[in-house]
Design a protein around this ligand. Sequence first.
Ligand code: SF4
Ligand code: MG
Length: 345
Amino acid sequence: GPAFLEVRDLNVHFPTEDGLVKAVDGLSFTLRRGQTLGIVGESGSGKSVTSLALLGLHKRPDKRGRGGARIRGEIRLDGEDLVAAPPERLETLRGEKLAMVFQDPMSAMHPYYTVGEQIAEAFLVHNRASKAVARKRAIEMLDRVGIPQPDARVDDFPHQFSGGMRQRAMIAMALVCNPQLLIADEPTTALDVTVQAQILDLMRDLQQEFNSALIVITHDLGVVAELADDIMVMYAGKAVEYGPAKAVFTDPEHPYTWGLLGSMPRLDRAVQERLLPIPGNPPSLINVPSGCAFHPRCGYAQMAGGHCRNEVPQLVDNGQGTLVSCHLWPQQRRGLFAEHIAPKL
Ligand code: SF4
Ligand code: MG
């Protein structure tokens, strides 16, 4: 059947006094229900901007076209185009079909309301029910996300929860209306490694139970290595490598993906050294480098002649179901990875 989420040639551009910020530039991907997509990249790669576009949360330009985000392309959810949808419709969809788990539950939850009140409120926005029913539902959800003694903890305030418990409560709030698409932006960054693993396990269980589509956004390839079915690596607003998670993780072909893999913190070492740090910084999205946007940081640009500076590489199937945008030949990339990168990881 058709994909549950279909994004086609999405552009999210922000007009500013310094020029047009092309935060997302020609992005396409699809997702089925029950499937998980990991979107990976450094900050400024466009991954969070993409998730806010899916949720319809960007401010739109005023009547004179000033300010806000210019969004072009298609975001089809269950066939419905969200780019064209009016704000009221998007508000209804958020909660009914779409929900988001944010990076920092402390800033996303209200400090003066109890955890239970906030979950109940999220439920009541989209469901006709009594307060008692909503409270019961909040307790059920807290139980479902693994909060011990939920009928007592439901009356706690957010600051009475540990960081991991707040993240669980956020997930409960996101899932209370049974959304079909759940977006988690850096869901575990603030948590220690053990709690991170528990939260990721929980998200995987709930996703399977609810048969929802899940998008996990992260700067850390390790977070999505096991959780995701597909991985899309973004750089400067574009996908540079997009394919099955196993292939992207074990046989990556884009030099930027190699850099991300090499800069993953290694938990097995006393010092969390980064083995192959990527030199330089992500580019300004106002003056994106010509040709391949990664070329100023890429150690292989010379090998592809002058193409890297001058021609934008297209996202092309490598013959094995992974899309890669790089001027090097697939065989060349595989050879480089096997000989120079893999041995260092
Ligand atoms: Fe590096 Fe060139 Fe490939 Fe870009 S196109 S990743 S600069 S080799
Ligand atoms: Mg971000």
